[in-house]
Design a protein around this ligand. Structure first.
Ligand SMILES: [Zn+2]
Ligand SMILES: [Zn+2]
Length: 145
């Protein structure tokens, strides 16, 4: 996942799950937002996931005891997806120590975030088109930082 530049210094984004048990704050959010169309994201979210990636120290989770973590990639044990155990809201993704991905759908708008590109387009559902003109990458062959 791309580690982008800070979008706005001093900005704090707030978000929460559908039932409100889990809250998240992101200080100085990093951009851009990335849309992932992989089969895991689609199955877990119901469609696809748009998220941003942040250093742990800039993300505060309240009510973390209500989160359940699912290890979605047995061959990569560090990867896990966090969702509210009560309402099922799909909020977090982790793949490397010290960083956490926050799903943009749980954030209060306006976020000030902009989606930069789509990844895992080879795995996207056949019931929608990606027609926003942004770059599309077949798998994880997106630009790195
Ligand atoms: Zn909830
Ligand atoms: Zn994905």
């Amino acid at each position: 996942m791309q580690k982008g530049p800070e979008t706005k210094s001093g900005t704090v984004l707030h978000g929460h799950c559908l039932c409100g048990a889990v809250k998240v704050e992101i200080t100085d959010p990093k951009g851009p937002a990335i849309a992932c169309h992989c089969t895991q994201c689609r199955r877990q979210s119901g469609n696809y996931i748009v998220s941003t990636y942040h250093p742990n120290e800039t993300v505060t989770i309240t009510g973390a005891q209500h989160l359940k973590w699912f290890h979605s990639s047995p061959d990569r044990p560090r990867i896990r997806r966090g969702f509210c155990a009560t309402c099922g809201s799909n909020m977090f993704w982790e793949c490397e120590e010290g960083w956490i991905s926050v799903n943009s759908g749980c954030l209060e708008t306006p976020t000030g975030l902009t989606t930069a590109y789509h990844i895992y387009c080879a795995d996207k559902g056949d019931y929608y088109e990606i027609a926003d003109g942004l770059p599309q990458y077949a798998k994880d062959d997106y630009p790195s930082d």
